[in-house]
Design a protein around this ligand. Sequence first.
Ligand code: MLT
Length: 323
Amino acid sequence: MKTLLRCALAAAALAAGTAGAQNYPSRPVTMVIPFAAGGPTDVVGRLLAQSMSKTLGQQVIVENTVGAGGTIAATRVARAAPDGYTILLHHIGHSTAPSLYRKLPYDALASFETLGLVTDVPMTVVAKGNFPAKDFGDLVKNVKANQEKINLANAGTGSASHLCGLLLQDAIGVKVTSVPYKGTAPAMNDLLGGQVDIMCDQTTNTTSYIKSGKIKAYAVTTPKRLAVLPDLPTTREAGLPAFEVAVWHGLYAPKGASNEVVSKMNHALKVALKDPIVIDRFAGLGTEPVAESRATPEVHKQYLSAEIGKWKSVMEKAGVQPE
Ligand code: MLT
């Protein structure tokens, strides 16, 4: 009798789960963004969320959970129910965090289901509007001569701007004072106000300010110049070919999300990456969607795993100590 009852309960639970998955999503989905509103990750996330809402037939609501270079947001999603109603949009910082934080409350690979890669955003070396350097060579001379006075803004340990700042300092052989923020949106406010001197930040945050002349731009960290900022030399042209980085972004669900959730989310992501509004806005911000072949859970997982390994070895070689 007891066995029969157990079987009946298990069958009912299975049926409920399957029905739930088939109807998924039947309510709004929360997309957690690990940095401040108005910043580069937020811009990418909101564009995706708008487009994915149309495909999913439910609103994808953006929630900014900021701090600790994105690890607070990743913790929040790793601990959320794996029912597909809480997802994470994170960037390259998800792969650098394991080398930069001694005690992460999650495993960057094992605690998540990968849903697909999104975009690779170029970075720009920028400075406050009245920074006295006319080109990248001049910037290097100025920073070298004033190392103890220069403030370099970033979005916290493990953020893309932190990583880019480390690469910049390494490439030109300086050590300046880093000033952490909870995203490069607030960091940009202080750069605009002249409270900090320089920053290495994503084109999704810097392009409009560069075009309007509110900040100065010195180089872009991609092998080729950008169509949207054609006068900006590359770091390669500036003589620093080793200083190249693009900020890849990916979507995640908590580990244990069903195949149904993963496949519906991946489909909505792929549709978003072909959405003319997304493509157009990305282009205006100096970026583009990844090729469809990279927007898959499998490729995303392999890429994340390779990136975790790559940055571990880079950080070890550079002698960067985890916090
Ligand atoms: C942000 O959205 O503020 C950035 O992606 C932060 C960063 O990683 O530099």
